[in-house]
Design a protein around this ligand. Sequence first.
Ligand SMILES: *Cc1c(COP(=O)(O)O)cnc(C)c1O
Length: 407
Amino acid sequence: MARINSNYSKLAAGYLFPEIAKRTREFLAQNEGVTVMRLGIGDTTEHLCPTIVKGLQDEVAGLGTSDGYSGYGNSEGIDPLRQAVADLYKGFGAEVKMSDVWISDGAKPDSANIQSIFSADSVIAVQDPAYPVYVDSNVITGRTGESKDGCYEGLVYMPCTEENGFFPEIPSEKVDLIYICSPNNPTGAVATKEQLKGFVDYARKHKAIIIYDSAYAAFITDDSLPRSIYEIEGAETCAIEINSFSKYAGFTGVRLGWCIVPAALEVEDGGAGKLHALWGRRQNTFFNGASNIVQAGGLAALSPEGQKECGELVSFYLENARIIKDCLEGVGLTCFGGDNAPYIWMKTPEGITSWEFFDKLLTECHVVGTPGAGFGPSGEGYFRLSAFGHRENVLKAVESIKSNLKL
Ligand SMILES: *Cc1c(COP(=O)(O)O)cnc(C)c1O
């Protein structure tokens, strides 16, 4: 008799985006002729850069010839792209070896898959609020108990609040895996080098591993802030870094990411090389590599011309963020983030929950955002606005907020 993995029934999430869609749909059904402006989604909106399009097209054309055809590639990706990623880190002042780089179909799959190389009884620490996949992938694997009052039993929540600048204190108990996302989705906060050093020191002392999601590193404009955890000395012995072409190059639909699993990583029961070998085994068993066409697109994105064009795209979204933040602050709301990240983390007005603010913004202004409570218990009282949008929609949304929001 087949039986289901009952851990799936513990999942409290899956709730956030469907609930947003449902409330929006109901509002539109009751208000014929009204259009809503969406500042809610973490999806890119602007088209691919010309250098990337050419890279993709050339690879497709090549595949149609005997000389240019290729079948299965290495599951870790093509060497020129792995080298280009390593070179990108050199530009940040971080040392990454090409042989430690795995190319993948995205940062979300990597963030979900990486936990499979760790012991089933690992204690997991997550930032609260957090990008849902870190928690959910560990729930599905059985590393937590049931969800009670928005918290899973057995999971260590590291609150990110206004008081700590939305970056957590070092855990007071011993944990094994620590997820850190910087620049952060949803808060838009970026860890400083000192803050990361605190976690690196903790991880080295306790033989813990940090899983560092830097999907928004390209949005950092303040050069004093680290774009990679490998800018911190010793991080190669205790940190895995995951990044993506999704937000940097608009590859949310194209699909391409990377994961760095250094050979120098050490765990309690395995010295240098162990985790690196396990991740290679995992990828070779479950994954046949990212699309060769898409990898050619990624290589084009990291060419000097590609980096220039992608940089302009990032600046465009950051300008959207500035417009949204100026508007919200202009009407008297308190905002965080948005300067080195495409997300603005807004404090809801006194006495209004994040879902109440969602309804208020939708009905009064016809603008859709994301309630902070959907990202974890410490997200209550906050609201996320995304800078991914066509300029004209962003401008319409801010005009409507200025004219219609009743505070
Ligand atoms: C968007 C996003 C990603 C990117 O995931 P892909 O699978 O590469 O599209 C990763 N981490 C965070 C926190 C994100 O917001």
